[in-house]
Write a protein that binds this ligand. Structure first.
Ligand SMILES: [Zn+2]
Ligand SMILES: [Zn+2]
Length: 69
């Protein structure tokens, strides 16, 4: 697979959101998940991460509630 933006470079990763092939330069892993530099993809991951954090907090709160009941 080749990079979506650089057709002469091999892809090192794939965007988790849109599935584009990405070379090292085009890869964005700031959110601990590989995405392309497309704003749409980055925002999608950020939203998913936010939800995950929220669910985690709810789960921990629920566990604490059960333990200290
Ligand atoms: Zn993408
Ligand atoms: Zn590239």
């Amino acid at each position: 697979m080749k990079c979506y933006n650089h057709h002469d470079r091999d892809a090192f990763g794939i965007c988790t959101v849109c599935g584009k092939g990405l070379c090292l330069e085009c890869m964005n892993d700031k959110n601990s998940v590989i995405t392309c530099n497309d704003k749409k993809c980055i925002n999608r991951i950020k939203r998913i991460k936010l939800w995950r954090t929220f669910l985690y907090i709810v789960l921990v709160a629920l566990l604490l509630f059960l333990i200290f009941d």
